[in-house]
Ligand binder design. Structure first.
Ligand SMILES: [Zn+2]
Ligand SMILES: [Zn+2]
Length: 420
């Protein structure tokens, strides 16, 4: 019996890794321009960290966490998302004492026991950012602008829409919740089982339900945006003004609820119509109560996370097949002496930053050219007996389908032209 991977877990194979690097490099580049530093946190935390931050009535905590008892009896959980762990680290490492503003980003694997489907895995990767400290609306807007700039950097905004809303705060949300309960209660029996329960525990989540009847009923429910207190309304207006001032396009969607309890005020999603019903590729919002909830000082914060696998699916639509195959040079050689020359030349060119492949064994020119093609080499160098005698290399430009003899020393001296 062959070994195999766990259902819902996947390998990212070398032929796809360039797509991953493109995304990760763009995130690092853009986020660092905005002053964010990477933080690396453990994949395993005490269960409490997630239960307390995500809320015990959320789907993640109720049904999706990988939780087990450690040898000493403590309950541990594989992280289902990144924010709780980052906030735990923020508190434990007293970051608030070092600076009034902490800008952190992370990337790594998350774990949720969900039903696997296209682009949804149980072991999946997220990139996220947390801006902890400021409560001013300019920080929400900066974070959202940064996220949009990231998607511009990887050329995907043509498929995307930015949606924003506000969930209010502890002043106005409780009253709004009561209004919602008042609205849904007379129709309780028509709601799905989950929503009947949500009516008691977390009525906002009904707005988020994917069941047809629940959606129909929710369509006419009162909107949070019509029930914001003055402070929340001013905050939301200012976020919008800031986004307008830098030309970030957005749509207001009062139905954004987010699955997690900890959000306050600004929430946002980046959605696409390219990937079926599961349409969010990035999501986030303000979570002013969380640091305090986990035992730290009362501290404002705003953040987002995005699933890399979903972005990869979009990228596959946007970028041509064969993307990421980019060996600069393949050196084909004919005969033992030429093979030795190819070995030396490959070494010297790599020292100059050119990516080079060549065969270890002496093979037919045909099979070597086949491999050059497969590797997507931009140039193929051919070294045969003739070329060795004349100290030249036959250089084939694979894109132009042109060929010329170039002196070996000229190749080394002007190697930069083979970089693309
Ligand atoms: Zn429902
Ligand atoms: Zn409010």
């Amino acid at each position: 019996m062959k070994v195999k991977s766990i259902r819902g877990f996947h390998d990212i194979l070398p032929e796809n890794i360039k797509r991953w690097h493109l995304i990760e490099d763009a995130a690092k580049y853009i986020f660092e321009l905005y002053g964010f530093s990477e933080i690396r946190i453990p994949v395993l935390e005490f269960t409490d960290v997630f239960a307390r931050s995500l809320g015990t009535t959320t789907d993640i905590v109720e049904k999706e966490m990988y939780t087990f008892t450690d040898r000493d009896g403590s309950s541990l959980t594989l992280r289902p998302e990144g924010t709780a762990g980052v906030v735990r680290a923020y508190i434990e490492d007293s970051m608030h004492a070092k600076s009034s503003i902490s800008k952190l980003y992370y990337t790594g694997m998350m774990f949720r026991h969900e039903r696997p489907q296209k682009g949804r895995f149980r072991g999946f990767y997220q990139i996220g950012a947390e801006l902890i400290g400021p409560e001013e609306p300019a920080s929400d807007a900066e974070l959202v602008a940064m996220l949009w700039r990231f998607f511009e950097e990887i050329d995907l905004t043509q498929f995307l829409e930015l949606e924003i809303s506000s969930l209010g705060d502890q002043n106005c949300r409780p009253q709004y919740k009561e209004k919602l309960v008042g609205y849904f209660s007379p129709q309780k029996n028509e709601l799905c089982e989950d929503c009947q329960r949500r009516l008691e525990t977390n009525p906002l989540r009904i707005l988020d339900c994917k069941q047809k009847r629940c959606k129909e009923i929710a369509a006419d429910a009162p909107s949070m945006l019509d029930n914001l207190c003055e402070d929340c309304e001013n905050h939301f207006d200012s976020v919008k003004e800031n986004l307008d001032s830098v030309g970030i396009p957005y749509k207001i969607n009062p139905k954004i609820v987010r699955g997690l309890d900890y959000y306050t005020r600004t929430v946002f999603e980046i959605t696409t119509d390219q990937l079926g019903s599961q349409n969010a590729v990035a999501a986030g919002g303000r979570y002013d109560g969380l640091v305090n909830e986990l035992g730290g000082p009362a501290t404002a914060a705003v953040g987002f996370a995005m699933g890399i696998e979903r972005i990869i699916l979009l990228q596959e639509i946007a970028l041509p097949e064969g993307f990421g195959k980019d060996v600069n040079v393949f050196i084909a050689h004919l005969g033992d002496e030429a093979r030795q020359a190819a070995f030396t030349l490959a070494f010297n060119l790599r020292n100059k930053g050119i990516s080079v492949e060549t065969d270890y064994a002496t093979k037919s020119l045909k099979s070597q050219m086949k491999r050059a093609d497969k590797l997507g080499a931009s140039y193929t160098f051919i070294i045969g007996e003739d070329e060795l005698k004349k100290a030249v290399i036959k250089v084939r430009d694979m894109k132009e389908s042109s060929e010329e003899d170039i002196k070996l020393e000229d190749i080394i001296n002007s190697s930069d032209k083979f970089k693309s």
